[in-house]
Design a binder for this molecule. Sequence first.
Ligand SMILES: [Cu+2]
Length: 298
Amino acid sequence: MALPLPPVAPATVWRLTADPSSTTFGNGVTIPFFRYNTNGTRRGALPFAQATEGSSLTVLVTNNLPHAFRPEIVGVATGPLIRPGTSASFSFNMPPAGTYLLSADGGKTAPAPGNFGAAHISRPTNGLSGTLVSRPSSGAQVLYDGGPAYDREYVLLYDDADDRRNALQGSLGSIPRQPYEANYFTLNGMGFPDIAGDTDSVVAAGLGERVLLRLGNLGRTRQCIHFHGFHADTATRDNLPEIHWGEKDTIPVPTRTTTDVLFTANQLGTYPLHPHNVQAVTADGAYPFGQLTLIVVS
Ligand SMILES: [Cu+2]
């Protein structure tokens, strides 16, 4: 049974707020995060926008956080430093058709006297994330003009957190004393089993359909996403065509990059789709939570 793709109007202005928030995980623990919010479209809990390659897009951000930060579209444009309680915008022309990440440049934490290493620790941005899709100028339902066609698409944005860091979020003077060790893992801003109840984050397809997965990673963990039941063809890595790999069941998605993959839903059933690192399928070690989702073919 084929469902229509949800219509999303092309954006000319992407209005966002950055707000203190929290996420509750499958082990019952609630962790503070910072999140972008929008009155517009989301994928899961996270903002989503799309516009045609080459068109002008303005990103307007209101900062409700306790510290200043710069919004950024990774590899495309970085906005101005936005102080707490103020708004600012930045504009750019949409990059070539593909999948891009909305994030934040946390800036460098001012070093404490005598603590030379601290200057290299970015202030945590703790979950400020979203996805921006650039559509091909032809208007065709293809990843990019001349690239692969598809019947339906999903955005799967992976991120991770060290709850000790999140506990410090917004406290300007605090510098983490321990190395970053991810122990909470989100997909589209949620953990399993909330993921399984989200229609944007469960990969539902009709038998025989060609499915595009726009995989992104804003965590510090290098992810390798593993398919049960299907092999997937990597179309692009960071929006550059991937021409050497064959079909694979495990596909890398390095930090702050995107990987666009396609598979054919050629058998009925329900199949797990998850990072191959089992830690990422836990909530602080409790299994199975974290970044687990499902492919459901009916
Ligand atoms: Cu598995």
